[in-house]
Every structure is written in structure tokens, then in C-alpha cells.
Design a protein around this ligand. Structure first.
Ligand code: TRP
Length: 326
């Protein structure tokens, strides 16, 4: 089970870091993937753009290979039991431990005007999302490790207080080290909040992709044979590894080592391979977004699967808690 915040416009880092993992998991597990629209209300109370953002995140994940027939792919607000479990779990979450959460402290610092209770209990809602399906494996990045730790705490607390219902959820990844997609300016990784021109989005036009790749930082090439690559050149090769053929990569590795490398040519090749990778995804996103009826059916199908699983868990939860009076 995992949640995806509907902040829209996924980039190559999201694709190789997260989505590819989901797409692989759908073959190996019973999966629940959810668009966390309720979580976004803790920081973005204005819902004007929510619908478009929810649609986009659905379309982008599906275009990347997430299959609504294989997994439950649904919106958080379509599963009302989430709110019920969140309520029960809130009685088990202490103010002190919630206040210590790193993400909470960050958000308080960023937005001291809106320190609402939902923000404080964000990890409780996330726990409800996960254990509502009695999920064991949660594919998330490092930034979510503390939230998962709290999910284990709350699940265990429930089990001890009322009876065994929930397994302990743990972070899941196929490869020990998550693929980091370096940004085009040689500084850190691709990210939504940093330099936009250094991040390739799945929604970027062909020309925009070319423009961004051609702007990537290079130099006049190595002066001596077999010199180690500077970081920003290493990063370009890492990007080539994601989308170029083995032959292409080998050619430029050799050129680099022979000091005959022409970065202009390399970037042209990388740009074309990026275009060939991104354009079909982008076109499919557009097709999905243009089919309103199809989107509705996807959401309904997802909600149905998630509601079935949630209903079963909540029946057990109410019984175990003693909330059954007849
Ligand atoms: N908090 C997660 C994030 O910021 C999103 C999320 C919401 C989530 N509910 C979840 C992740 C449940 C994993 C499981 O990305």
C-alpha cells in the first residue's frame, strides 16, 4: 500500500524512484495505491485545483504502467472508513509524540498561520491509510521513514490495547539503494521545488526536453586519457543509463576515455532518447485526461476494491474494540 500526494506533474525522479517500483510490485503483491487528497487539505485548504491535480496524478501513474485492473488505484476520500479508523487511532496517538514529528515541525516553520490539528495528526491519517488494508509493505522513500515508524507504533498500540488485528507495516524497496535521478545542473537530484530547468517532467514538450538537456552543464572534455569524471559529467552518464541503449553508452564511455568526446553530440543523443522515452507517456496522459468517463470508471473501480478491503478490516476493528452492541 502506498499513497501519492496529488501535487501534479511528476518528473523523471518520481518515475525511476517510485512509480517503477509500484509497477513491479503490482505483479508480485495485492496492491493498494491511493491518491492522498485528504492529506493535501492539511496544507492546501483551497480545493480549486484539487480535481485537476487528482486527475493528473491518476493519469500519470497509469500512463507509467500502473494498471487499475491489477491493483486497487483509488482516491483517499472515496473510502469513508479511512475517516473512521483515523478517529479511533487518534485516541491512541499522544500529542507529545505527534509534536516531535520532523515533517510536522517543518510545516509549522513553513506556515505558522495554519497549524491545524490535521497537520499534527497527519501521521495518524497515514497510518489509517495503510492499516485499513492490513498492509505489510509500504513502498516509500526515506522521507517517510518516520511516518512508517509511527504507523508501527499505532498499529502495535491498537493490537495491545484491543487485540491482534494489524500486521506491522514496513518500508519496501526491491533494490536496497533507491535510484536517484540527478538533476541536469549537476546539483543534487531532480525535484519539484528546485531548479525547474534542471528537472525533466513527464508533461514536458519535446522542445522543452531538448532545451533542458542541451543546457546541462558540461566542459571542454578531459585532457588526459582515463581520467575520473567530474560529478556533473557522471550525472549525465547516469541519465544516459536510464534511457539510452547499451551501444550508445559504450560509445560515449570510450570517447570520454580517449578524450575524443563531443558533449554537444552526446547531449543531442540524450535529448532524443529522452524525447522517445517521455513523449509516449505524455501522450498517454493526455489521452487519459481527455476521457472523463474513463477516468470516472477507473476511480469507481478503485473505490470498489478499496471499500471491500476497508469494510472487512473495519468490521473486525469494531468487533475487536467492543463497539458492537447488538
Ligand atoms: N505522506 C506521504 C507523502 O508525503 C503520502 C501518503 C499518504 C502515504 N498516505 C500514505 C504514503 C500511506 C504511504 C502510505 O508522500
Amino acid at each position: 500500500m502506498s499513497g501519492i500526494r496529488p501535487t501534479g506533474f511528476l518528473h523523471l525522479g518520481n518515475y525511476f524512484g517510485a512509480i517503477r517500483n509500484y509497477v513491479k510490485m503490482q505483479e508480485d503483491f495485492d496492491c493498494f495505491f491511493m491518491v492522498a487528497d485528504l492529506h493535501s487539505l492539511t496544507t492546501h485548504p483551497d480545493t480549486k485545483e484539487l480535481k485537476a491535480n487528482v486527475h493528473r496524478v491518476l493519469a500519470e501513474n497509469i500512463a507509467c504502467g500502473l494498471d487499475p485492473d491489477k491493483v486497487a488505484f483509488y482516491c483517499q476520500s472515496h473510502v469513508r472508513e479511512t475517516a473512521e479508523l483515523y478517529l479511533y487511532l487518534n485516541m491512541m496517538a499522544y500529542k507529545g509524540e505527534l509534536e516531535k514529528t520532523t515533517t510536522f515541525k517543518d510545516k509549522v516553520r513553513q506556515n505558522p498561520e495554519n497549524v491545524n490539528a490535521g497537520l499534527l495528526t497527519y501521521p495518524v491519517l497515514q497510518t489509517a491509510d495503510i492499516i485499513l488494508h492490513r498492509a505489510k509493505y509500504v513502498p516509500v522513500g526515506k522521507d517517510q521513514e518516520q511516518h512508517l515508524e509511527m504507523a508501527r507504533t499505532f498499529a502495535n498500540r491498537f493490537n495491545h490495547r484491543y487485540g491482534d488485528v494489524f500486521p506491522e507495516p514496513v518500508a519496501f524497496n526491491y533494490n536496497q539503494t533507491l535510484v536517484k535521478v540527478p538533476s541536469l545542473d549537476g546539483l543534487g537530484k531532480m525535484s519539484k521545488s528546485e531548479n525547474q530547468m534542471a528537472t525533466l517532467y513527464l508533461a514536458d514538450t519535446d522542445d522543452m526536453i531538448r532545451k533542458k538537456v542541451m543546457k546541462a552543464k558540461t566542459d571542454s572534455g578531459p585532457a588526459e586519457k582515463n581520467t575520473p569524471k567530474p560529478d556533473y559529467i557522471e550525472n549525465i552518464f547516469l541519465l544516459m543509463n536510464l534511457v539510452c541503449t547499451a551501444d550508445t553508452i559504450q560509445k560515449y564511455e570510450e570517447d570520454y576515455n580517449n578524450c575524443t568526446i563531443r558533449y554537444g553530440d552526446l547531449k543531442k543523443q540524450l535529448a532524443e532518447d529522452m524525447v522517445n522515452f517521455i513523449a509516449p507517456i505524455r501522450n498517454q496522459v493526455d489521452a487519459i485526461l481527455n476521457d472523463e468517463e474513463g477516468l470516472k470508471q477507473i476511480m469507481q473501480k478503485g473505490a470498489e476494491k478499496a471499500n471491500k478491503s476497508a469494510g472487512e478490516t473495519m468490521k473486525l476493528v469494531r468487533e475487536t474494540m467492543g463497539l458492537n452492541y447488538f
